[in-house]
Design a binder for this molecule. Structure first.
Ligand code: GCO
Length: 448
């Protein structure tokens, strides 16, 4: 048996996102988001599932917070639904929406749990998408206005802020690969979206400073660590492109004030350019305080001219996979955290990490041992990362409970708590009790 001790002030948490758990889609004055529309478009989401009810957390948040308390977390990452706050994107403010999040945040604080707030976890008001979405500066300005409303309302209650969740997904998964809302399949559109959201991020951080808001602010990219299939320089270059498009494409502008030139050149070959306006790069590079990192898996990639615009193909190496098909490989997190040091030893929180394991109830229990094993491997790497002197300050498991897994609908389960999507009954899984003991001890015990 091996014991890994964690720092005294380490933050233990879980994460969720508004559209994935709230439901109450037609209540509280909420406007329509691009996910409401996408989910209703035939063929886009497995089984045609949508977030109208989801986990019904809009009504059941007290029950959810009771579960968090039982779990023992000291931090909870959640997102605010922009369409609840400004239903048509940039018009009237909806007091009912703000009041809901005040009740929720107050209840978290009463329970002794630190709220970690994400401003944008993908539910863009549909009206803004209809007008060109993130590629249109109107959306950028509307986001800044929305962010300022939230800053002003919640300053003093919130100490941890994130502007955007997974910018690669917002830009490329959703607008180049067409897998998420709004479902565009165009490289130039994706690049426009990426740039628009970066300008929105920078402007929001500037407002945050100017308004003297409490706490620290940052952004949460998703990591795609990739290692080459062979020793060829071409395979290494394919990996470099995959890694850089997920993280460097967003972090270079923020930390260095410029896009990674080798990728800019690569996209230029494909006929796509970044629509930079005067002053944009100064805005984007406004200093931030922290980074959120979302890590799930890594790839072994090779160069293949037929593998999309990046010509980087992920190979099937026969590794153990979670039920969504992602290889279990914790090493990529360790490698990435060292790679990240090129931006300096910045404060980092793992804002998402977890496994899709679709085990169901059996005799009133969910024996999700494969999820426990996934968490064990990743927490062991985190312990190693901290021991290397990297400023990794907290860990948020994805997710507190099973929820709406975007294009996969409800069939893919990431929760520590099982949700019966008919009765909405919540049942803690074995992994919940395992995580509870890790948090209580503040150490990880590896079963040999
Ligand atoms: C993500 C998402 C989550 C997903 C999770 C599992 O940020 O990709 O934040 O919403 O549910 O990653 O796919």
């Amino acid at each position: 048996m091996t014991i890994f001790q964690f720092p005294q002030d380490f933050r233990w948490g879980t994460a969720t996102a508004s559209y994935q758990i709230e439901g109450a889609a037609q209540e509280g004055g909420r406007g329509v988001s691009i996910w409401d529309t996408f989910a209703r478009t035939p063929g886009k989401v497995f089984n045609g599932d949508n977030g109208d009810v989801a986990c019904d957390s809009y009504h059941r948040y007290e029950e959810d917070i009771a579960l968090m308390k039982k779990l023992g977390i000291n931090t909870y990452r959640f997102s605010i639904a922009w369409p609840r706050i400004i239903p048509d994107g940039d018009g009237e403010i909806n007091r009912e929406g703000l009041d809901f999040y005040h009740r929720f945040v107050d209840a978290l604080l009463d329970a002794g749990i630190e709220p970690f707030l994400t401003l944008y976890h993908w539910d863009l008001p549909q009206t803004l998408e209809d007008d060109g979405g993130w590629g249109n500066r109107r959306t950028v300005d509307a986001f800044v206005k929305y962010a300022e409303v939230i800053f002003k309302e919640f300053s003093g209650k919130i100490n941890f802020w994130l502007t955007f969740n997974e910018p690669w997904c917002i830009a490329f998964l959703s607008n180049m690969l067409g897998i998420h809302a709004p479902g565009n399949k165009d490289v130039q559109t994706a690049i426009n979206v990426a740039h628009g959201l970066l300008v929105a991020h920078g402007k929001a951080v500037q407002s945050f400073r100017r308004m003297g808001i409490t706490g620290q602010i940052g952004i949460a990219p998703n990591v795609c660590w990739a290692e080459p299939y062979s020793k060829s320089a071409e395979d290494q270059a394919a990996c470099d492109r995959s890694i850089a498009l997920n993280t460097d494409w967003f972090l270079d502008p923020i930390y260095k004030g410029s896009y990674p030139q080798f990728l800019v050149d690569w996209f230029a070959e494909a006929g796509a350019t970044v629509p930079i306006q005067d002053g944009d790069m100064e805005i984007i590079s406004e200093p931030i305080d922290l980074l959120g990192i979302n890590y799930y898996t890594m790839g072994i990639n090779r160069h293949n001219p037929d593998a999309g615009v990046l010509q980087s193909e992920e190979m099937n190496m026969g590794l153990i996979k979670t039920d969504i098909g992602w290889p279990v490989e914790s090493r990529g997190l360790y490698e990435f955290m060292h790679y990240l040091q090129k931006y300096g030893n910045v404060d980092v929180y793992i804002t998402e990490n977890g496994a899709c394991i679709n085990d169901d109830l059996e005799n009133g229990k969910i024996n999700d041992d494969r999820r426990i094993s996934y968490y064990e491997q990743h927490l062991a790497q985190i312990h190693r990362i901290i021991n290397d002197g990297i400023n990794l300050k907290g860990y948020m498991a994805w997710s507190l409970m099973d929820n709406y897994e975007w294009a996969e609908g409800y069939r893919m389960r990431f929760g520590l708590v099982h949700v019966d999507f008919r009765s909405l009954v919540r049942t803690p899984k074995e992994s919940f009790y395992w995580y509870q003991s890790v948090i209580k001890n503040n150490w990880l015990e590896i079963r040999n």
